[in-house]
Design a protein around this ligand. Sequence first.
Ligand code: NDP
Ligand code: GDR
Length: 323
Amino acid sequence: MQKKALITGVTGQDGAYLAKYLLEQGYEVYGMITRRSTPSTWRLEYFNILDKIKLQKGDLTDSASLMSILFSCKPDEVYNLGAQSFVAASWAQPLLTAEVTGLGAMKLLEAVRRFCPEARYYQASTSELFGGLKEYPVQSETTPFHPRSPYGVAKLFAHSATINYRESYNIFGCCGILFNHESPLRGIEFVTRKVTSAVAKIKLGKQKELRLGNIDAKRDWGFAGDYVKAMHLMLQQDTPDDYVIATGRTSSIREMCKIAFEYVGLNYEDYVVIDPEFFRPAEVDLLRGDPSKAKRVLGWTPETSLEQLICMMVDADLKREQN
Ligand code: NDP
Ligand code: GDR
């Protein structure tokens, strides 16, 4: 029988990649969509899948909408990707972030428990849970957590709630502790896309400089198209568990800028301006994930290098700017 999946955050970067992937796997895909004054479906249009997804109006802050969606769809798999996901914004809007990113997950888990307890549940956890632990240069499933932002704190609540619903009610809940993953569909505020978009504009003479914050922070960056496959794999196992999904390589923002600018024949040092506005009240200095459990149990490996990823993003931004 055709499997049904419900994705919250279907209009986001990962939502679009996951919806496309699940459609290719033969799933019937339901996507929860929040009310916005202007529709935010451009990523689904980019993949030409908007009319293939059964859109359901709802919001993670609104339990009634979650319950009615789960009651009517009765999905086999629920992917909770919806969130206020921009770390920097979480200091300006800490309570909204807690409501959506933290409590929203528990509201969804509660709706799953009541209306489709057999459904398998995926929680979008994050490397931001590890935050400021300098003594752990590589982070795995057993590394202690120390979130460094209201976003990280909210995600820790959602992560713990998922494990608690697994232990209390036998819900098949899995947390994917995903490290940063990017794509041409990445939101424009996140640093990789901010850089690749600026590179395209600078190359075409539409922008003169690029203002950034802490370019010495290091991240473990992968490709969103690879990472959504791991989400799906977690829900196909015999038992629910939590997995780190990462590449195992860490690079600074500075190194990422170098790759992007050099790709179009420019030197980043001629354009990047350090602007205190983009520094955060508390920084996560270094992230590097150990994906060996995902490799061993799920058979998952990242397929895209940082160079391939950044060049793919610059190409897409050049194309957008030229159009
Ligand atoms: P995006 O910011 O691109 O997408 C977030 C999605 O959440 C959007 O569809 C947004 O809808 C939706 N959303 C926002 N507020 C609500 C709400 N109140 N109710 C329901 N949905 C809401 O994030 P990504 O696709 O990059 O990330 C997906 C998930 O994975 C997020 O939970 C993120 O925190 C997490 N994550 C991401 C990583 C990454 O590197 N990308 C790494 C680790 C975890 P709208 O379009 O209408 O705003
Ligand atoms: P992050 O991603 O906070 O890791 O969260 P982001 O791309 O925003 O920042 C990465 C690093 O770059 C530094 N930085 C800047 N960041 C932004 N956005 N803009 C700048 O101008 C800038 N200059 C330097 C930041 O300080 C930081 O160190 C992402 C999100 O997708 C989360 O939802 C997800 O959970 C984590 O990745 C894993």
